[in-house]
Ligand binder design. Structure first.
Ligand code: PMP
Length: 348
């Protein structure tokens, strides 16, 4: 439930040591003088007290990146790594395939750095996500929603466009720079903010880049940290992780797995993958807004559900949850009662 009026102001509780977490920005491995790109990273880590649980939960607000998700980090980091290595020339076209937040992130970064860019998207990509691409001036190629072995698939199309136009395909679904950017950036940043006082990391998994990079970094700092990847019940990442039979790919939660293990998932650093059903992810997303005043997307709702379970089971837990994107993109879906009811989800 909601806190009593004034209870936050009066509270002296703090996630880490009783001292305030650092509010100054943690150094970026990709420093830049650009006034917009320098706003990527350095996102806040805020207390997220769940009543009725013993453990502490802190939420990392990745929606405070300029285009509203942690994907701004990989767009900037991958492009910088490729450019520094001589694999991306100034007049090369940057190409990426994305149904979601990566599209806007790549559009922003290429806009600021002066690269031409092409984004391929599958049919059904939300108007809001396409809006970033259009308004920031990237070229958009909308592809039919077909199986991944069909040559019209949005990833296959991105690969083809990159070769036809002598471009560079970022390929977040297999590029090792995706987890590497989080290993160099998101991991150290949250570790420093939490003063190393972390027992659990809970992070949604799509490409697995975010959880993998963070997991590798925190595991190198302390072998005691337990890293939990979060998946939708019917998106089958946990089936890959545990070697069980996958079911049909069928989730309404944007951002979570695409059905199987990917090279960007460094399972060796991840301790556990927990699956959350779509309804629970959405109910938790709505509670985050209604009870905590925090607007998050459905993948973060799924992670908050897992964090709540851990905090209930382990009163000493000090949990960091990665909040991947904000709720503003989901007003006409998760936060819309009729959208929820049409799909048979509770609207509590
Ligand atoms: N949540 C949202 C909203 C996302 O857009 C993504 C990216 N697909 C994820 C979670 C998963 O992040 P990652 O690809 O790094 O595993």
């Amino acid at each position: 439930g909601r806190p009593a009026p004034g209870s936050y102001a009066a509270s002296t509780s703090d996630y880490s040591t009783g001292e305030a977490r650092p509010t100054e920005r943690v150094a970026s491995p990709y420093p830049t003088d650009d006034p917009i790109l320098s706003r990527i990273g350095g996102t806040p880590l805020v207390d997220y007290p769940e009543s009725g649980t013993g453990g502490d939960i802190a939420l990392k607000l990745e929606m405070e990146n300029p285009t509203g998700s942690m994907k701004d980090r990989i767009a900037l980091g991958i492009i910088r790594e490729l450019a520094d290595d001589g694999r991306l020339a100034a007049d090369d076209v940057v190409v990426e395939a994305s149904s979601g937040n990566t599209a806007g992130a790549v559009s922003l970064v290429t806009n600021r750095l002066g690269y031409d860019s092409v984004l391929t998207t599958p049919a059904g990509t939300s108007a809001q996500k396409i809006g970033y691409v259009r308004s920031l001036g990237s070229e958009i190629v909308e592809c039919p929603n077909v199986d991944s072995d069909d040559e019209r698939h949005y990833r296959t199309t991105a690969k083809r466009i990159a070769s036809e136009r002598n471009g560079v395909w970022l390929d977040q679904y297999s590029n090792q720079l995706n987890p590497t950017v989080h290993y160099k950036w998101t991991g150290p940043e949250l570790w420093e903010q939490a003063g190393g006082d972390v027992t659990h990391i809970v992070c949604p998994m799509g490409t697995g880049g975010t959880v993998s990079g963070i997991a590798r970094y925190v595991t190198e700092q302390s072998s005691d940290v337990h890293v939990i990847g979060v998946d939708a019940q019917q998106s089958n990442i946990s089936a890959s992780f545990y070697g069980t039979d996958p079911g049909p790919y069928d989730t309404d939660v944007e951002g979570l797995g695409k059905g199987h293990e990917l090279p960007t998932m460094w399972f060796q650093y991840v301790d556990e993958v927990r699956s959350v059903d779509d309804e629970r992810a959405f109910v938790q997303t709505r509670r985050a807004a209604a009870d905590h005043g925090v607007l998050v997307g459905g993948s973060t709702g799924a992670a908050l559900a897992v964090a709540r379970d851990v905090a209930s089971d382990q009163p000493d837990a000090r949990i960091v949850v990665i909040g991947c994107d904000g709720g503003e993109q989901y007003f006409d879906t998760i936060f819309d009662d009729s959208w929820m009811q049409e799909r048979g989800y509770r609207t509590e």
